[in-house]
Design a protein around this ligand. Sequence first.
Ligand code: NAP
Ligand code: ZN
Ligand code: ZN
Length: 349
Amino acid sequence: MTKSVGFAAQAEDKPLEHFSFQRREVGENDVHIDILFCGVCHSDLHLARNEWGGTIYPIVPGHEIVGKVRKVGSNVSKYREGDTVGVGCMVDSCRHCTNCDDGYEQYCDNGFVATYNSEEKQTNGITYGGYSDQIVVDQDFVLRVDDSLDLAGVAPLLCAGITTYSPLRHWGVGKGHKVAVVGLGGLGHVGVKIAKAMGAQVTMITTSESKVSDAKRLGADAVIISRNEDEMKAARNTFDFILNTVAVPHDLDAYANLLRRDGTMTLVGIPAEPHPSPSVGVLIGKRRSIAGSLIGGIAETQEMLDFCAEHGITADIEMIDMQDINDAYERMLKSDVKYRFVIDMKSLA
Ligand code: NAP
Ligand code: ZN
Ligand code: ZN
C-alpha cells in the first residue's frame, strides 16, 4: 500500500477537504501513476453532493486524469516508467459480457468499475478518483497520451472529450451534417471542437449571451441564444443532430423542435431531477428521436485522444489549485467557467 493524499467530501453538505488514504499495492497488471492534472467535471459535483443518490463517503472525485507512470507491475507490457498516460471514468469492467466483448465497457451488463465511488475488485474497498496525488489502475484501462500536447488541456478529454466524441461518431456526424450543441460548458465546448473537426456545420445553442464570441472562436459557425424566441423559431426543423449537454431539467421540446425529419437529439447531461416529458407530438411530427449516451469505451477513448491530437484539440481551461475546488463548484453552478477547471496537482504537495 502507498500513502496517498487528496481532497474528499465527507458528507453531501460538506465542502471537499484534505484527505489521506492508501492506494492499493501495485499488482502484476497495474500501472502506478503520479497525477499531474485532473479536470473538474459537473458529474464530480453531482456525486460529491449525492445528487444522484448512491454516493459513498468519503468520496474523492475526479475522472479526467493525466499523469506520469511511476512504476508498472510485472505483467505490464503496454506502459513503462515515465510514460505520459490518462485515466478516464472507468478503471475496470467484467470483461466477459457482450458489451465488454464489443468494446463498450461503459455499458457493461455487470456494471463497470467507476474511477471513484465504485467497489474496487482488488481490495473490496471503494475507488478514489483523481483529486489526489497518485492512482493505481489496471493497464487495460490506462490510455496513451501524446506528451507534446498541453497536458492540462488534454485532461478534460478523458471525460468531456469521450462523452461528446462517442455520440457524434455513433450517429455518424460528418461533412454535410448540420449539428447543434446545447450548453457551452465543459462538455459543450469540447463537443463543438470535435464536431467541427469531423466536418459538420456546427451551431452552438447557449443561454449565455456573453459566450457568443467564444462560441465562434471555438469553431461554431453560428450561435443561437436559447432565450431568444425569434432565433429559436428561425432554427426550427433544421438540425440533423443535437448534442444536449445541459445539467439541469429543462424543456426538451424547445430543442427537439429544431430537429429536421428523422433527426436525433442525444442527451448526455444527467440532471438530478427528471426533465419534463417530451411531447409525443413533437417526436411524431417529424419522426424525431431523443436518445442518450454514456461516456465511451476504452478503445474508443484512445481513438478520441488520437483524433484530438491529430486535430490539435485540447480543452480551454482555467487552472486551479486543489484548495480552490469548492469555489470552482460554485462557479460551475453559475455557468461561470471558461470552459473547464483543471486542478494542478502540484498544489497538493
Ligand atoms: P457544465 O460545464 O456545468 O456545463 C453545462 C452547461 O449547461 C452550462 O455551462 C450552461 O451553458 C448550460 N446550462 C446551464 N443551465 C442551463 C439551463 N437552465 N438551460 C439550458 N442550459 C443550461 O457541465 P459539464 O461538465 O459539461 O456536464 C454537463 C452534464 O453532463 C452534467 O450533468 C454531467 O453530469 C453530465 N455528464 C454526462 C456524461 C455522460 O456520459 N453522459 C459524462 C460527463 C458528464 P450555457 O451557459 O452555454 O447555457
Ligand atoms: Zn465526467
Ligand atoms: Zn461487462
